[in-house]
Design a protein around this ligand. Structure first.
Ligand code: BGC
Length: 503
């Protein structure tokens, strides 16, 4: 529902039947998970200084990676481009034709499931799978047509340092990926080798983070867009900096006024645990994860972890015996790590019934646990607490970028499963922005707020294609900053403008 943010909860909820010892547990959880406005301000201020530190040095906690995407689109970009999105669940290949009409495009796309085993398999298997998907796409949509070359924008949504726009050294895997031999290396050569092995007529033109793609795609249709954000399996944002404000690239002597998109990679915020109000459950999540000590902020707010935080609390309540909780029930299913996802929490928060009968069914079907009414009330309150904390802390990252840039008004394009599907996420985030930025009482409602977080355009499809187009455009104009092989890019530009859209 597009205006889900403004929906008023349809259930009153009552704790009258909840026994005192369970109420005490609920109070304890509230103390752990509620983040008040003062704390949000403190987090945001620390965030601002970490963003600035990341612009200045290469080993800061928040990487602030320059991406070599150096312009917003003006709507006059043209040509046919491939876009590949290697997300966490699916792989998507698109062919985007930016047409002569200003700001218009045609798109065809195919989705491929990303097998779960691939995330912990070998690098060769990963690149072979990615290249196979591209091959299938080209064979399906172009059959025997003779294609000389198609430029590709590759959305690779993991932290990568980019010396050039078609280059990226993976700093570390995030979002549960754990493939050996990729971290610390350039991901492009093995990818290109897999393309070459299959004889695919593709020229990688830009490696793109999903947040940068989101920002660019959103700016294509809305000139007020300044930031692209993902609130999904992982979390992150990108925005346009000016080269003069990025001391760590001063040695490149770029014109100080040139824009440069920064992929913040701010899921890593507060890895030192200075300011985020971590609970014992957040500490367990981190310890048990494939990369302990990394992505501290992301692990408190992103979709991958919300269900797991919830599960850990339930398990603790059962095991600490401070109240009767799932007494006499078989909790073996609850013991399985990552068995609950953010959709489970979302469904609990959306249960419209006074007696929480949908929550009862969910617990029964998923975990074979029959809940009492007080237990159901606790589950609902806990889901609210975890979902609200995620939305409120998420707002700190956006507020920090705006404070750093001195932007009092702007639009922010947001995408990701949590933003799009989690109930009340938008309105809770808007309320938090209001508290952080001291907006007047009538603001903080989403629509019409000074800083408005809006559903983004398709970043990993249209955004990646636009970034490829912008790159080719600037090479043709002789702007070669961050371009490894200008001649090859010029050739790609000439071919892109000739390429025919598929029928
Ligand atoms: C990744 C980012 C990405 C974000 C959202 C994080 O885990 O490190 O590169 O932008 O997830 O997908």
């Amino acid at each position: 529902m597009p205006s889900g943010a403004r929906r008023t909860p349809s259930r009153k909820g009552s704790m009258v039947d909840v026994p005192k010892d369970m109420l005490d547990q609920i109070k304890k959880l509230e103390d752990l998970f509620i983040v008040d406005g003062q704390k949000l301000k403190e987090v945001t201020n620390q965030f601002v200084s970490e963003l600035v530190r990341g612009l200045g040095q290469n080993d800061a906690t928040i990487p602030m990676n320059p991406t070599w995407c150096m312009a917003f689109p003006d709507g006059n970009e043209t040509g046919t481009f491939l876009a590949l999105d290697m997300g966490g669940t699916n792989m998507r290949v698109c062919e985007v034709t930016l047409t002569e009409e200003k700001g218009e495009f045609d798109i065809i796309q195919s989705k491929y499931r990303m097998p779960e085993e691939l995330k912990t398999g070998t690098a060769d298997e990963l690149w072979a799978y990615v290249a196979d998907c591209l091959q299938q796409f080209i064979e399906y949509h172009h059959g025997d047509e003779k294609i000389e070359q198609l430029p590709l924008g590759f959305t690779f949504s993991y932290p990568a340092t980019q010396e050039y726009i078609d280059h990226g050294i993976l700093q570390r895997w995030t979002k549960g990926f754990d493939i050996d031999g990729v971290e610390g290396k350039d991901v492009v050569p093995p990818f290109e080798a897999a393309l070459a092995e299959r004889g695919l007529p593709i020229k990688l033109t830009a490696l793109v983070n999903d947040t940068t793609g989101t920002m660019i795609a959103s700016a294509y249709t809305d000139p007020l867009m300044r930031i692209g954000c993902i609130f999904g399996t992982g979390c992150n944002a990108a925005y346009m900096e000016d080269c003069g404000s990025i001391p760590k690239i001063a040695h490149m002597n770029l014109d100080a006024s040139l824009p440069m998109a920064i992929n913040c990679e701010y899921g890593a915020f507060d890895n030192e645990h200075k300011v985020l109000p971590r609970t014992p459950y957040d500490i367990i999540i981190d310890k048990e994860s494939p990369r302990p000590g990394q992505q501290a902020f992301e692990k408190m707010i992103a979709g991958l972890y919300l269900g797991e935080i919830f599960r850990l609390v339930l398990l603790d309540l059962h095991q600490n015996h401070e109240c009767d909780f799932f007494a006499g029930q078989d909790i073996s299913k609850l013991k399985k790590a990552y068995s609950l996802d953010a959709g489970f929490l979302a469904a609990i928060e959306e249960d419209p019934f006074e007696n929480l009968s949908e929550t009862y069914d969910l617990m029964q079907n998923k975990l074979s646990i029959s809940c009492t009414k007080p237990e159901l009330e606790l589950l609902r309150r806990l889901a609210e607490l975890i979902g609200t904390r995620a939305a409120r802390l998420s707002a700190c990252g956006v507020a920090a970028i705006c404070k750093h840039k001195g932007w009092e008004t702007c639009h922010v394009g947001a995408d990701g499963s949590v933003f799009n599907k989690y109930p009340h996420f938008k309105i809770r985030g808007a309320q938090a922005l209001k508290e952080i930025l001291d907006w007047p009482e009538n603001k903080g409602k989403g629509k019409g707020d000074p800083i408005e977080i809006l559903p983004a355009e398709d970043g990993s499809g249209v955004g990646a294609a636009l970034i490829a187009a912008l790159t080719l455009k600037r090479v043709q104009q002789g702007q070669n900053a961050g371009i490894r092989d200008p001649e090859a890019m010029k050739k790609a530009a000439a071919l892109a403008s000739k390429a025919k859209p598929s029928k």
